[in-house]
Design a protein around this ligand. Structure first.
Ligand code: IPM
Ligand code: MG
Length: 360
């Protein structure tokens, strides 16, 4: 088959890791007889440098004309980069939020899996990591605090800032359905995470999730408060299959979940709407401190490319070939700096891409 893929190289380590993911995609296409055409799209700081804004209409239109978009990471060092002298709505992150909203990418899937080979990088106690874990965070991505009205103003002589957390039942229902659909293909469990002991938006969330659950009698639903979930993720991550949660909670919990896998450099993600289109990106940031030094771990981006093959192009076998190649490279003892342990072979970004491509 022929596919058209938008590439957002982005900022910091973005260009290096996307190059390696493209290398692996090209190898996969060659091996399985497909053809991918690429179109480079500008977003974040790279777009500010050219157009003065982090997202242009052009990028949105070009993305829409692709079957899927693969992204590296965007943003720079907030202390030193001139991008952060701009007002908040013109900074790199605003471009990412803008493209998520413009393409209606409401479902963000973030799998967190403990590789047998990386068990020694897992920061959890050995008796906890021994059980392993394999979970997926289904994060709502286009609502809640990220997109509610906000303002900063003086009220009675006191500076006051307001952010609004709002969800309607339609937004909750569509993301809940996604979580149950995915759970049916996994181990059949959904844990919905909220703060229903305090927030109205969470009480509505819980009510709607319970309604949706009635259509999925084969999936077991539980509820958990977000503070407890943060604790359970380090105490007993093996209990989770699919964690369903709103935008802000999902942002925080997904960083936590990724870190207990040993490195945030291993975690892929997919942001989907209700078509086959998806934006695929690693869960980690742009790591400006190591940019351009051939040190970044490209695996999260490579695994995001695998998710793209599975969710947008329906190429399960090809996706498995990439995931298998990653596992094999780890078994063979190759490690980037973030996951390096004694006795393994230190590997730079480019070499890691080569090693994975060779194993497709
Ligand atoms: C993420 C990131 C973004 C978010 C930032 C860069 C705006 O942390 O994708 O998790 O908060 O969603
Ligand atoms: Mg985040």
């Amino acid at each position: 088959m022929n596919g058209k893929i938008g590439l957002i190289f982005g900022d910091g380590i973005g260009p290096e890791i996307v190059r390696e993911a493209k290398k692996v995609l090209d190898r996969t296409a060659e091996k399985f007889g497909h053809r991918f055409d690429y179109k480079e799209l500008l977003l974040g700081g790279a777009s500010i440098d050219v157009h003065g804004v982090p997202l242009t209409k052009e990028t949105v239109e070009e993305a829409k004309a692709c079957d899927a978009v693969l992204m590296g990471s965007i943003g720079g060092d907030a202390k030193t980069s001139p991008w952060y002298q701009l007002e908040p709505s013109k900074r790199p992150e605003a471009g990412l939020l803008g493209i998520r909203k413009a393409l209606n990418l409401f479902a963000n899937l973030r799998p967190a899996y403990l590789y047998e080979e990386l068990r020694s990088s897992c920061p959890l106690r050995e008796d906890i990591s021994r059980a392993g874990f394999d979970l997926l965070i289904m994060r709502e991505l286009t609502g809640g605090l990220y997109f509610g009205a906000r303002k900063t103003e003086e009220v009675d002589g006191v500076m006051t800032a307001v952010d609004t957390l709002s969800y309607n039942e339609l937004e909750i229902r569509r993301i809940a359905k996604r979580a149950f659909d995915v759970a049916q293909k996994r181990r059949g469990k959904v844990c919905s995470v909220d703060k229903a002991n305090v927030l109205d938006s969470s009480r509505l969330w819980r009510k709607v999730v319970e309604e949706v659950a009635k259509d999925y009698p084969d999936v077991e639903l539980s509820h958990m408060y977000v503070d407890n979930c943060a604790m359970q993720l380090v105490m007993n991550p093996a209990q989770f299959d699919v964690i369903l949660t709103e935008n802000m909670f999902g942002d925080i919990l997904s960083d936590e979940a990724s870190m207990v896998t040993g490195s945030i450099g291993m975690l892929s993600s997919a942001s989907l709407n209700d078509t086959r289109f998806g934006l695929y990106e690693p869960s980690h940031g742009s790591a400006p401190d190591i940019a351009g030094q051939n040190k970044a771990n490209p695996i999260a981006t490579i695994l995001s490319a695998a998710m793209m093959l599975r969710y947008t192009f329906d190429l399960d076998q090809e996706a498995e070939a990439i995931e298998g190649a990653v596992r094999q490279v780890l078994k063979d003892g190759y490690r980037t700096g973030d996951i390096m342990t004694e006795g393994c072979t230190y590997t730079g970004t480019v070499q890691m891409g080569d090693l994975i491509a060779e194993r497709i």
